[in-house]
Ligand binder design. Structure first.
Ligand SMILES: NC(=O)c1ccc[n+]([C@@H]2O[C@H](COP(=O)([O-])OP(=O)(O)OC[C@H]3O[C@@H](n4cnc5c(N)ncnc54)[C@H](O)[C@@H]3O)[C@@H](O)[C@H]2O)c1
Length: 338
């Protein structure tokens, strides 16, 4: 089969990982065009990844034709308009999270283009190898019925370093200007992954805080969720912890009737009658999650199988995100810095 001809919209930070992911699937697909209003950024990516065509807008790229699918990796504010544009050209879409800045906007988008073209949300966290392994253990009943879970993400990403720089913003400067930051940008991945592992969840309560005055949105979150059969799940996350490492490291405990699963960064442990301990390479797992997401998109396009992160599924994740903002009152009550 001829390789899928892919057009990439956006040439920002995240696209280095997209482009490596597209390279990894070999002859099944090729990124043949890239579009970004910053032509310097687009040209840089085109040169590094041998992309033959560069455009300064998605409109121009689509008008030029010759594409079989489009990968949207532009900022969240323009995802919906870009997805509608691609849908008008009748092409399947892989769109970065969050699908839209709010649940209502995402619902409108899904209603508008639902059924016209295939759409998959690029939700890559759940494709990380250790989370796939934990999901397999849960599916195989290795810890019995789940009774509760706790996820922790603690960094010093918004604490100034010795040079006065904020590590999280050095990495992704746009985070400073997002009025919905930690939950909509980062914890959206964890909420999605928890849904993948534990099934349907509901947000019972949420407290969101902003500690860093450099941010428009929140950099702290305490979230209480419930699952089926009285199961409780807690999420504690902060980017404002002095003394913590600047890098993100997920810590998860899932307690079952007959065992438990523990993730600490890249160390995954199963306790119970048949214990196991696995360790993962951080960089390979990070990059691998992009490659696995892209491979899933390409495989499902070829086979016609439903996407794991189809819009209907992703709206459930966006509902959890929306409920965190709604229940916390963070947006209504103002964001007082400490
Ligand atoms: N899945 C993940 O783990 C992950 C990680 C980082 C970012 N992201 C997501 O990827 C998206 C982009 O993030 P980023 O870090 O690359 O941001 P970025 O700010 O580095 O890059 C955004 C790029 O999009 C371009 N752009 C803006 N409007 C455009 C338009 N209409 N058409 C084409 N290009 C346009 C900008 O010029 C810029 O080059 C966001 O939705 C973000 O949430 C996901």
């Amino acid at each position: 089969m001829a390789p899928l001809r892919v057009g990439l919209i956006g040439a920002g930070w995240v696209t280095q990982h997209h482009l490596r992911g597209w390279q990894e699937i070999g002859d099944k697909a090729r990124v043949v065009a890239i579009a970004d209003p910053s032509s310097a950024r687009a040209a840089e990516r085109a040169e590094a990844f041998a992309i033959p065509a560069v455009f300064d807008s998605a409109e121009a790229m689509l008008a030029a034709g010759g594409l079989d699918a489009v990968d949207i990796a532009a900022p969240r504010a323009v995802h919906a308009d870009l997805a509608r544009l691609v849908a008008r050209h009748g092409l399947p879409i892989l769109c970065q999270k969050p699908l839209a800045p709010t649940l209502a906007e995402a619902e409108r988008l899904v209603a508008d283009i639902g059924g016209q073209v295939r759409l998959m949300v690029h939700e890559n966290w759940r494709f990380r190898a250790y989370y796939r392994q934990a999901a397999a253990w849960l599916r195989d009943g290795r810890i019995g019925a789940v009774r509760g879970a706790a996820l922790t993400l603690v960094t010093s990403g918004t604490v100034p370093d010795a040079d006065g720089r904020l590590p999280a913003l050095e990495r992704q400067p746009f985070m400073a200007g997002e009025s919905r930051m930690l939950v909509a940008e980062v914890l959206i991945h964890h909420l999605d992954t928890l849904r993948m592992l534990l099934g349907p969840l509901k947000v019972e309560a949420a407290a969101l805080t902003r500690t860093s005055p450099a941010l428009k949105g929140e950099d702290g979150a305490v979230i209480h969720l419930s699952g089926g059969a009285g199961v409780g799940v807690s999420v504690f996350a902060t980017f404002a912890a002095h003394g913590a490492p600047p890098q993100q490291r997920d810590q998860l405990l899932v307690v079952g009737r007959e065992g438990a699963i523990r993730l600490d960064g890249t160390a995954l442990e199963l306790s119970g009658s048949q214990p196991e301990r696995l360790s993962y390479d951080a960089d390979a797992t990070y990059l691998g999650s992009y490659a696995a997401t892209i491979a899933h998109f390409v495989e499902c396009l070829a086979s016609g199988a439903p996407f794991e992160t189809a819009p209907e599924d992703n709206l459930e994740t966006l509902r959890l995100v929306e409920d965190c903002y709604r229940l916390s009152g963070f947006e209504q009550e103002g964001r007082s810095a400490a």
